[in-house]
Design a protein around this ligand. Structure first.
Ligand code: NCD
Length: 347
C-alpha cells in the first residue's frame, strides 16, 4: 500500500478549491492528481463493510457524517447512480434519490427549479445527471450547495473519467504518481456523442498520456482533435500500440432509435454508420483483435455493454478486461469527489 503522508485528505483539501465537480476539461493536473491520490487511498482502505478511516488518519468515523446528499437523475443509470449512493453511505452521509420520472419535472418544472427546491430542504450536495449538456453547470450557478456532474448530455462525465484513470493507473503501476508519460489509450467507437470520451480525453492528456480516438467518420470526426487527441480510422493499426483500449457503447437512444432489446440485431443509426456489420468489421473488439493487444494492455468499457456488438462476448471476461474493476473503483472515485467538494462548503 502506498504511503499516505501527508495524508491524502490534507492534500486534496489544500489542492481542490471548488465546491463543484462539473467537468475535467479545465481541471489543472495537480488538482486532478490530488483527487486521484485520495480516491486511491480510499479504495485501499475499503473493506466489505466500509472504510477504515483511522487507516487514513481521519479523525471522524466518516467525513460526511450528518450530511444529506441528493441524487437527481433525470436520465437512466445503473452504475453511476448506485455508485454515488454507496460512496455517500461509505463517507457517512445519507442519500435521497430522485428520478426524473415521478418528479415534478413531468409537470413542467425546470431542472434548476427542482434543484433549488431540493437544496431548500437542506442538502449538502446534488449529484446531477441529465440528457441536456450544461444542466449541471446551470444548477451549480443557481444553488449554494455542491454539485457533482454525473453525466450531462454529450458534454462531460467527470467521475467516470476519474475511475477510468484509477483503473489504468493501477494496471500500469502509475498509482503513485498518476504520471502517464509514455503511455497511450485508444477510445473506440461512438465517440462524438460520448461524454465519457470527452472527460477521458481531458483527464488522460492532462496526466501525460497520448489518446487516440478511433472510429468511423460519423462517430469520430476530425474536430475531436481540438480536445487534444489524435483521430484515427484504422483500429488494427492502433490496437497493438496502445496500453489500454476503451470501447464505447453505440448510443442508440441518442440517435432517436430507442433502447435496443438486442443491440446486435438492431438497425444501424444511419446518420453515423452504414451498417452494424460494417461497424463490427472495422471497430468491434473481437477475440481476434484482443489477441493482438500489447501484453500488458487492458480492456475497459464504461458500461452498459451492447454484448456482441462493440465487444465480443468472450472479450468481456478476457483476462485483460478491467470492466468490473472500473465499477469497483467508481465508488472510491465518487467518495473522493464528494469529500473534496463538500469540504469547500462553508456551512
Ligand atoms: C455512460 C454514460 O451514461 O454516459 N455510462 C456510465 O455512466 N457508466 C456511457 C453510456 O451510456 O454508454
Amino acid at each position: 500500500m502506498p504511503t499516505t503522508t501527508p495524508s491524502s485528505s490534507a492534500l486534496v483539501s489544500s489542492t481542490w478549491s471548488s465546491r463543484h465537480l462539473l467537468g475535467l476539461q479545465s481541471a489543472p493536473a495537480p488538482e486532478l492528481r490530488a483527487l486521484l491520490i485520495r480516491a486511491r487511498d480510499l479504495d485501499h482502505a475499503s473493506t466489505p463493510t466500509g472504510v477504515n478511516w483511522s487507516a487514513l488518519a481521519t479523525a471522524e468515523p466518516g467525513p460526511l457524517s450528518g450530511r444529506i446528499i441528493a441524487n437527481l437523475f433525470f436520465e437512466d443509470s445503473t452504475r453511476t447512480r448506485t455508485s454515488f449512493a454507496i460512496a455517500a453511505a461509505r463517507c457517512g452521509a445519507r442519500v435521497v434519490d430522485l428520478a426524473g420520472m415521478g418528479s415534478s419535472v413531468s409537470k413542467g418544472e425546470t431542472l434548476v427549479d427542482t434543484a433549488l427546491n431540493i437544496e431548500a430542504m437542506g442538502v449538502s450536495a446534488l449529484v446531477v445527471r441529465a440528457k441536456q449538456s450544461g444542466v449541471a453547470s446551470d444548477i451549480a450557478a443557481a444553488v449554494d450547495c455542491s454539485v457533482i456532474n454525473a453525466g450531462d448530455g454529450k458534454h462531460e462525465h467527470p467521475t467516470q473519467a476519474l475511475l477510468d484513470v484509477l483503473t489504468f493507473a493501477e494496471a500500469h503501476t502509475r498509482s503513485d504518481s498518476f504520471d502517464f508519460s509514455g503511455l497511450s489509450l485508444a477510445i473506440v467507437g461512438d465517440i462524438a456523442g460520448s461524454r465519457v470520451a470527452r472527460s477521458n480525453i481531458a483527464a488522460f492528456t492532462a496526466l501525460g498520456a497520448s489518446v487516440f480516438c478511433v472510429g468511423p467518420a460519423g462517430m469520430a470526426p476530425r474536430s475531436l482533435e481540438g480536445l487534444g487527441c489524435t483521430v484515427a480510422r484504422d483500429l488494427d493499426d492502433i490496437l497493438p500500440r496502445v496500453d489500454a483500449v476503451m470501447m464505447l457503447r453505440i448510443q442508440f437512444e441518442r440517435y432517436g432509435e430507442g433502447a435496443p432489446p438486442s443491440a446486435a440485431g438492431k438497425p444501424a443509426p444511419s446518420s453515423v454508420i452504414a451498417s452494424i456489420r460494417e461497424f463490427r468489421d472495422g471497430y468491434a473488439l473481437t477475440s481476434d483483435r484482443a489477441a493482438r493487444l500489447k501484453p500488458n494492455a487492458i480492456i475497459m468499457h464504461p458500461g452498459p455493454i451492447n454484448r456482441g456488438l462493440e465487444l465480443d462476448e468472450p472479450v468481456i471476461d478476457h483476462p485483460r478486461s478491467r470492466i468490473l474493476r472500473q465499477v469497483s473503483l467508481g465508488v472510491a472515485a465518487r467518495m473522493a469527489a464528494l469529500e473534496a467538494c463538500i469540504a469547500n462548503l462553508h456551512r
